[in-house]
Design a protein around this ligand. Structure first.
Ligand SMILES: CC(C)(COP(=O)(O)OP(=O)(O)OC[C@H]1O[C@@H](n2cnc3c(N)ncnc32)[C@H](O)[C@@H]1OP(=O)(O)O)[C@@H](O)C(=O)NCCC(=O)NCCS
Length: 158
């Protein structure tokens, strides 16, 4: 099966939005509820990101059908508090593969392509976040060479 990966286009934003929101619905905790205007908020946010020169985005297609996407950014990062020297890092905000096309290496290819682009921009490290208990995410990032560093922990109070 021929997988092609290309840079994102403005026309891809609606599809990305709908897939990303599907994912948000499954990943949100019980204390997190979508805002009433979540669709327009997402559309505006994606458009801003699409226009920023620091953003990167790729879309995977199989026989012209949308199969997945990856979105990230490259930035000179300042620590909080500002005690660590500024450094250029890449952040991958989201990678998503349409369910019917999973386990065929598309996620790995999208990640590889994004990292290649970040290497060209001289980033020193690439970071991402994923759900700790999602086996597919954990395996995908582990296979791509990523390891957990700081753990984002929580405790529900209700
Ligand atoms: C995570 C996700 C992007 C993986 O996409 P994918 O195209 O199925 O992944 P790949 O086929 O490239 O697999 C990459 C590696 O992870 C492993 N892997 C992927 N899914 C797995 C699963 N469900 N269970 C175990 N291992 C898995 C594969 O074995 C593969 O390693 P290998 O081929 O060297 O053995 C996809 O499951 C997805 O879109 N999930 C919903 C969104 C999400 O959770 N995104 C991550 C956080 S933003």
């Amino acid at each position: 099966m021929e997988i092609s990966i290309r840079e994102w286009d403005r026309k891809d934003l609606f599809k990305i939005q709908s897939k990303w929101l599907d994912y948000c619905r499954t990943a949100a905790r019980s204390d997190m509820r979508l805002k009433p205007d979540f669709e327009s908020a997402m559309a505006e946010w994606l458009m801003v990101r699409f226009r920023q020169s620091s953003s990167i985005g790729y879309v995977a297609e199989i026989l012209d059908a949308f199969a997945g996407f990856i979105i990230g950014r490259i930035n000179d990062w300042e620590s909080v508090p500002p005690v660590i020297e500024r450094r250029r890092i890449g952040i991958i905000d989201a990678v998503y593969v349409t369910e019917q096309f999973r386990r065929q290496g598309i996620g790995a290819q999208l990640i590889h392509r994004a990292i290649q682009r970040m290497e060209q921009a001289n980033v020193v490290a690439v970071e991402t976040i994923y759900e700790a208990w999602n086996d597919a995410s954990a395996a995908t990032w582990h296979r791509a060479g990523f390891a957990p560093w700081m753990v984002h922990a929580y405790r529900m109070l209700e």
